[in-house]
Design a protein. Sequence first.
Lengths: 142, 310
Amino acid sequence: MRSLAELEPVFELPLATADEDAAAAELLQASEEVLEHWITARGDVPTQETREGFRLLALHRQGAKGDPSFNACRETCREIVYHYNLVQMRDVYSDITDRLSMLAMISKHLFLFVSGKMQVAELGEFCCSAKPIRSADGATTT
Amino acid sequence: MTTKNKYKKVAYYPGCALEGSGHSYNRSTKAVGKKLGLDLVEVKNWNCCGAMEVKNIDPKIQTYLSSRVMSVAANEMDMDVVMAPCNGCYHNLKKAEYDLKNDNESAEVVDRLSKKAGHKTYESGQVETIHALDWIKDTIGEEGLKSRVKNSLSGIKVANYYGCMYTRPRHIFPEKDAGPGSESTSKPHFMDDLLAAAGAENVDFPLKTACCGGAHTLSDSDMSTKLVLNILKTAKLAGADVIATECPTCHSGLEMHQIRAEKTLGEKVDIKILYFTQLLGMALGLKPRKVGVHENISDSIKFLKEKGLG
């Protein structure tokens, strides 16, 4: 697993390779590694399983277990998968342009979000969590 | 009563952001309501919804604060619908509603504090909380909007940005995933629908519910700036001229970090940021000033004039 600092340039445009398939695979792999960082930091072993054919989605589910705020990147992960599929299906959907660049931008958002959470775990807390329900609870209502 | 009629007169809960940094959202929401013949009756003596500060310290106090707003609407104003344009307020009222229905301890705390404060306790289900998007979508709808458009938004490419609180967590918005015709938590589209009806061309925007780092804009400004910059660049790459917003926190964050990105990272992204109510208002024939475009941080006047809306 590469460090977050090593991963960051992978998401920058222009991409290192002009080969669309190779570039898409690299972005997907790098996105998985980003989630591995989150899961490892929480003391878990990143799953090798897949969901809907993608390890990225299984990793996201694992990362969100017990931490609803991590769902703030659920749709981002799904968009990565969708755009990865668009790259693979370019012969069918030939009218869609910039799909690879878009995949890079979405993957970068995942990288930024998870990097942020590694520093400030509460990132996404305000929006996505149901804190009163999940906390058992430490509340001090007077 | 159908929602079409039920939502024609609603209790209006602007919340604190719409009296401050999101004032143009307040102005444009009221102007659009007036133009469409919809009644907004402001909640009397409303209070903070408990937003992020209170919620993070004591979640049940947030539940109480939001419940008081609903109690005033239901018990003192005899209203059965509360419309909150701010995503934070909308989210918190919905969450309070969920907590009161599903968590006895929350209900007990709210009852105790309501009695202490001297007002009737809000009972789950007394009001329905809706967002400004539900309000216009259900009362007027796309066909109704089309027939009222005076200045089409044609030629304007829009990336619709909903932010995080409009759809998350999913369990507090069960009505959003109720099948055909309903909103979607994974791929919201009400704003897309309304602006398309007004003539705008919506672009496929994959970060429409992505985190903008709004809650951490003070504690970790650099991260917020990077997240916003990526949102702006992605919208631009998708071909958008404008990012339409429906949340004052997102809107302020996008505008402020757009400037900050240029200053601190040297990256300028030329894209306009407007509330969806501002775009709708101008499509309905209102002048930019009437919908508060001059109150936004970013300057869109020249762009709007070029598009025939100035």
